[in-house]
Ligand binder design. Sequence first.
Ligand code: SAH
Length: 225
Amino acid sequence: MFGIILINILLCLTFQNYTDMRANMVENQIIKRGISNPATITAMQKVPRHLFVPDELQPFAYDDRPLPIGNNQTISQPYIVAYMTEQLELQPGDKVLEIGTGSGYQAAILAEIVEEVYTIEIIKQLGLRAASTLKNQGYSNVFCRIGDGYHGWKENEPYDAIILTAAPSNVPKALFEQLDEEGQLIAPIEKNGQQYLILYTKEKNKIKHKRLLAVRFVPFTRNNP
Ligand code: SAH
């Protein structure tokens, strides 16, 4: 009996601890650095980031840095997740495509804001784990697929926004094709060993682009290039 009470107290303390850590993260890493989009801030406050990282790294989940998630891949730094989300100017009815599911954390943040999120992961083990985490967290509006995101996900086009969380040297043509008119695509693009986040906007006959932050993402890989 005493043991059960003690376990409950410990569980409560741990839960409270992660909630506090998340509130601090949002205040110090997100709001103080200039993220102001209310939907993005609310999503960052809500999603339990510690449940998207390996168990042994949970105490570090709210640190100001990326973390390893296995298979040589990483979950992005919280600020970068919030920054990319804010740049997409998402609306509640939007449909978003993500290339690079990884842990599923970015997909969960998007799913808090928009109607439907489609996400593709090339590494089977990661894709399956993310799908199960998202399901356990009740995200019924996230649709996961294992495969090479180079080809996009044609069945559900057009997307109001597309986000790449692995760095190619150019945006695959299929992704621009599956982006809606006026839609926005954000991606880390690698040129000469240096990566920048680029925000692309699709307009009638052209694609406009704007260079944003210098970043460091894992490479965009291919199954059968
Ligand atoms: N958005 C993730 C970050 C994952 S890191 C998160 O919130 O945790 C980027 C991921 O992109 C890695 O898991 C990597 O395996 C995946 N990736 C790389 N190239 C890919 C491709 N061509 N198609 C789909 N996923 C890819």
